[in-house]
Write a protein that binds this ligand. Structure first.
Ligand SMILES: [Zn+2]
Length: 261
């Protein structure tokens, strides 16, 4: 398929983008579909919309895994559809949207990408309007998709999307609770709680696990990342920042987040 989708389960697709190595998801049911995350601005979202339309003509529902701009600044391109997010997602986006925009624009301008910087500058902040407390079960054209808040980790509002496929298999979209190809991002994290949250995710994974960024992984990878996060916590608590599983800058960010709790 030339639109960049990889089918990781029956009717469940992942699209991995060159920009930020970001993954978006698509679950196709009978007469309805579900889109997971909407990219960084309306230009990227329009590209995603076209890619979805190359697979299915069905109306969509949208889920945001969390309120970081690269996962939700494209939301407006999918309206008037409902957008689901964890209870804390909309308040977080409303509180931090403009500061995220400023940081992203500065970063893009520093790399010389004026076009993307302008597009991020113009992206509407359009928060989720369907909040999830602990769990919501969606019927996506006859297929069950479960949205779960499993606890704090990468942020205080990470939402996990679990799509049933054939047999006992599921595909889990983990957002940035799981990161492949780079260290997990700790800027808004809850380092003391993240390992337990990943433990719950590990317990329910039965098949492919799609991280927010990077290659599709599996339950064993999630278990391994939980071990790394436990090692981070141990190193921070014993003041051995140089001794953790991630680079010093990552460890310092994690340390500052742990101290600020
Ligand atoms: Zn994130």
């Amino acid at each position: 398929m030339s639109t960049g989708w990889q089918e990781v389960g029956d009717g469940v697709f992942v699209r991995r983008h060159a920009e930020l190595d970001l993954n978006c998801g698509l679950v196709v049911g009978d007469g309805a579909c579900l889109v997971v995350d909407t990219r960084s601005h309306l230009g990227e979202a329009a590209d995603l919309v076209a890619a979805v339309r190359a697979v299915t003509p069905h109306p969509w529902t949208v889920v945001n895994t969390h309120a970081h701009y690269d996962h939700c600044f494209g939301n407006a391109a999918f309206r008037p559809a409902p957008v689901w997010g964890a209870r804390g997602c909309a308040p977080a986006l409303l509180a931090t949207g403009e500061s995220q925009r400023a940081a992203a624009v500065a970063e893009l301008e520093a790399t010389g990408d004026r076009r993307a910087a302008d597009l991020v500058r113009g992206a509407p902040v359009d928060p989720p309007d369907h909040p999830v407390d602990d769990m919501a079960v969606l019927d996506v054209g006859g297929r069950e998709v479960v949205l779960r808040f499993l606890g704090r980790g990468h942020t205080d509002h990470d939402l996990v999307v679990e799509a049933e496929t054939t047999g006992e298999q599921t595909v889990v979209f983990a957002g940035d609770l799981v990161e492949e190809g780079a260290p997990p991002a700790f800027e808004d994290s809850w380092p003391a709680e993240w390992p337990a949250t990943l433990g719950r995710l590990h317990a329910l994974a039965r098949g492919p696990v799609v991280p927010g960024h990077g290659a599709v992984v599996d339950a064993a990878f999630v278990g391994g990342q939980r071990e790394e996060l436990l090692a981070v916590l141990a190193a921070l608590r014993e003041d051995r920042l140089h001794d953790g599983p991630y680079p010093p800058a990552t460890m310092r960010t994690a340390a500052s987040r742990l101290r600020s709790r």
